[in-house]
Every structure is written in structure tokens, then in C-alpha cells.
Write a protein that binds this ligand. Structure first.
Ligand code: SF4
Ligand code: SF4
Length: 343
């Protein structure tokens, strides 16, 4: 396999991978700001019982969150790039804009018509993918509550030619740009629902909202969890960001999809080798009652903070390269078909 990665970070020639960010030594000042309780423990590593998630990073109120001091360091550390600051301000404006009033009389459509109507947001370029699933209680953060029973998921695709520059500022700008788009899309969908008489609330990253975003995205068919702890989708690889809308509008649910990512990740080491602080391991782990791919938060976060957001693992994932994911999914489906026939 041959991979090259822009910038100084990661280069593969033949089988000899070179990672110029290794060895990595965390900044002692950052380490001194971390709370005593490790992030992996807060995340439920090793716990065999299912429970609701606890917020670790991306706290909206850094003054009270256990990782708040470290999170502030992350923001103070970053180079003040004007484009990045503009995008941050734009995202803030999007989030601060009020939602339309809730219309008195709810509009009636069949569940499938409601789900089909979401296509308008893809056709208009607000986002690249939509899906719907029932809200499961174990996705709701343990310090928050919601009365809503349905999650509308939205995905916005990265421009790979920009994303591939992570962890340098150019890549970080692309990440922020797509968080902006995801926030705008979630606000638009929530506004549209409210104008149709159905209450709705947007959930936007990267700050923690009411719910985890990856589990509902898996459930509504956006993709599968990769070894790097992010989603992999056949069309976009891992080069996309999520937004969501909580509502009770009676949408039809979109089906879960499987296309062989789990097996593929078992035999691939690209993100493991590319992760400077060795935060990505070769095996799944037990986390809050489920065995899954798991990124070691405590190894990842010093480098993530040092580089103002890292994202190397999603950029190097082979599925993220334009045109590769669908091809890979097709080959894996054929292989599965051959296996089934021969059994
Ligand atoms: S780089 Fe390889 S192992 Fe890592 S998530 Fe992507 S496919 Fe899976
Ligand atoms: S984001 Fe974290 S897990 Fe991914 S490559 Fe960077 S340090 Fe490693």
C-alpha cells in the first residue's frame, strides 16, 4: 500500500511508514491542567454495563467542566488565523440566531413524505446526507434531558483537498468551515419543522449538545464506526461532519447499513500508524457495555490540543480519499457474496 500525506506529518513509501510527528512529548503545562480522573474512565472504558455518556471535552461552559482548564488552553494555544476567527464568529452568529416561532397548526404528511421532504436540504446544498432514527435514552448525556423521541441526522462533506492539510491551520479552517455548515443546516431543518408546527431543537458540534451524534448516525445508515473512533461512509469516507435535530415530527426511519468496515479496519493499520501519540489501538474495547473501536482519549487529547484539533486519523483513512470509498465498498460486497456462495 502506498500513502503520502501532505505537510510534514505522515508519509508511506512502500511498506515503510514514516511519521514525522513521532516521538511526541505532551506539553507539561497542558498535562498540569488535566483533572485527576482520566478521560478514558469518564468515558466508561472497561465498564460492562450500558449507561448514558458523561461529557469529557467540548464543554459549552469551560468554567465549570472538569476538563475546562485544559480546553481553555486548547483555545489559547491556537494561532490567531483571521479566516479561522471569521468562521468561528460566523458559527456563533448561526447558533445565536433565534428559531422561527412554532406554528399553531401542525402540518400533516405520511411518515415517508416527511422523510422524503428532507431531500430538499440536500438538493439546496445545505448538507450532503440526511437520515432519521428513534432517539435511544443511552445517547443522551447524563447531565441533560430531552423530551423529543426522534433524531434527524445531517452530514456535511469535507473538501478533501483542504482536509488533507490537517493538523496545519489550513486543514483546521476546513474543519471549522464544515462545522459552520452543519450548524447552519441543523438550524434550517429545525426552523423548517417549527414553521410546519412541529417542535424541534438543533444539536450542533463540536460543543456537546443533548446527545452523542455518532450512535444515531450509525443507526440511521450514515456509516459504520471505524478503528479511529469516527464514522466511515462509502460515499464520503470519514471526511464529513455531523449535525442533528431533535423533534417529534412523525418521520419514517432510515435503515442501518453495513458494508464491511469492521473487517476492513481489523486488517488495516493506517490510522494506528499515523496517530502521533499512539491513541488508536489494534483491538476493540469494552466501553459502557458494548465492545467497540475506542480511541484512548488521554493519549489523543494532548496532541489534539497542541495542534488545535489534529484530525490526522480521519484524513489518512483510505475511505476518505475521493472515489475510494464506493470502490472499496463494492469490492467488499463482492467478496462477501463469494464467501456466502462458497459456504
Ligand atoms: S485508517 Fe484503516 S483502520 Fe483506520 S479507520 Fe480507516 S480503514 Fe479503519
Ligand atoms: S485526532 Fe487523536 S486519535 Fe486521531 S490522529 Fe490525532 S491524536 Fe490520534
Amino acid at each position: 500500500m502506498q500513502w503520502s500525506f501532505v505537510g510534514k506529518s505522515f508519509k508511506t513509501v512502500g511498506m515503510a511508514r514514516q511519521n514525522n510527528y513521532r516521538p511526541y512529548t505532551p506539553d507539561p503545562e497542558f498535562l498540569s491542567l488535566l483533572p485527576e480522573k482520566k478521560g478514558c474512565e469518564v468515558n466508561g472504558l472497561g465498564e460492562t454495563k450500558a449507561r448514558r455518556p458523561t461529557m469529557v471535552w467540548w464543554a459549552p461552559d469551560m468554567d465549570v467542566a472538569p476538563f475546562g482548564k485544559a480546553q481553555k488552553w486548547f483555545y489559547q494555544r491556537e494561532k490567531p488565523d483571521p479566516e479561522l476567527m471569521d468562521l468561528r464568529a460566523k458559527r456563533r452568529d448561526i447558533l445565536d440566531a433565534p428559531l422561527p416561532d412554532l406554528a399553531q397548526k401542525p402540518i400533516s404528511r405520511s411518515p415517508q413524505e416527511w422523510t422524503d421532504a428532507l431531500d430538499q436540504f440536500v438538493a439546496n446544498g445545505d448538507c450532503e446526507m440526511t437520515g432519521v432514527t428513534a432517539l435511544q435514552p443511552e445517547w443522551v448525556f447524563d447531565h441533560l434531558e430531552t423530551e423529543f423521541g426522534t433524531v434527524v441526522m445531517l452530514a456535511v462533506q469535507h473538501q478533501y483537498d483542504e482536509l488533507k492539510h490537517v493538523p496545519e491551520t489550513r486543514g483546521g479552517i476546513e474543519v471549522t468551515r464544515q462545522y459552520c455548515r452543519a450548524a447552519a443546516a441543523a438550524k434550517r431543518v429545525a426552523g423548517w419543522l417549527r414553521e410546519q408546527g412541529w417542535d424541534a431543537a438543533p444539536v450542533t458540534g463540536p460543543m456537546v449538545g443533548e446527545i452523542l451524534l455518532i450512535p444515531p448516525a450509525i443507526e440511521c445508515g450514515f456509516g459504520e464506526l471505524g478503528k479511529h473512533g469516527s464514522l466511515i461512509n462509502p460515499e464520503f469516507g470519514s471526511a464529513f461532519r455531523l449535525g442533528a435535530v431533535l423533534t417529534d415530527a412523525p418521520f419514517a426511519h432510515t435503515p442501518k447499513r453495513s458494508f464491511g468496515v469492521d473487517d476492513f479496519c481489523t486488517n488495516c493499520k493506517v490510522c494506528e500508524d499515523a496517530c502521533p501519540p499512539y491513541a488508536i489501538g489494534p483491538k476493540k474495547q469494552m466501553v459502557r457495555g458494548a465492545e467497540k473501536w475506542f480511541v484512548d482519549f488521554d493519549k489523543c487529547i494532548p496532541f489534539f490540543a497542541d495542534t488545535s484539533g489534529c484530525a490526522i486519523c480521519i484524513a489518512v483513512c483510505p475511505w476518505s480519499r475521493p472515489g475510494v470509498g464506493l470502490n472499496l465498498a463494492g469490492k467488499l460486497a463482492k467478496r462477501r457474496g463469494r464467501k456466502e456462495v462458497s459456504e
